[in-house]
Design a binder for this molecule. Structure first.
Ligand code: FES
Length: 91
């Protein structure tokens, strides 16, 4: 199941990206404005990755993978960690 929204606020990342662009909001201001990240917080690293890359859909990724994606947003593919839920399983 792809990650494409703040589940607690039911706001898709696509809408968050548009709000950030239209209102020139950075990460903290976007969270303050929308309330995203203020409940369970699981969407927070994905929102950071969304702002860094422009992507609005992600596989389930580890915090380390998301951090790596934020540091190299130009990378088309981020190799998953071996223990990540998104890592390919050996045959
Ligand atoms: S998914 Fe965004 S605060 Fe829970």
């Amino acid at each position: 199941m792809p990650i494409d929204r703040c589940v607690c606020r039911q706001i898709p990342f696509e809408e968050l990206r548009d709000i950030a662009a239209e209102e020139s909001l950075g990460f903290e201001a976007l969270l303050d404005t929308t309330g995203c990240g203020s409940s369970c917080g699981l969407c927070v690293p994905y929102i950071q990755a969304m702002l860094a890359t422009g992507r609005t859909t992600f596989p389930v990724m580890s915090p380390r993978e998301l951090e790596r994606m934020c540091k190299s947003p130009q990378a088309a593919e981020v190799k998953p960690d071996a223990n990540s839920p998104s890592a390919p399983k050996p045959a």
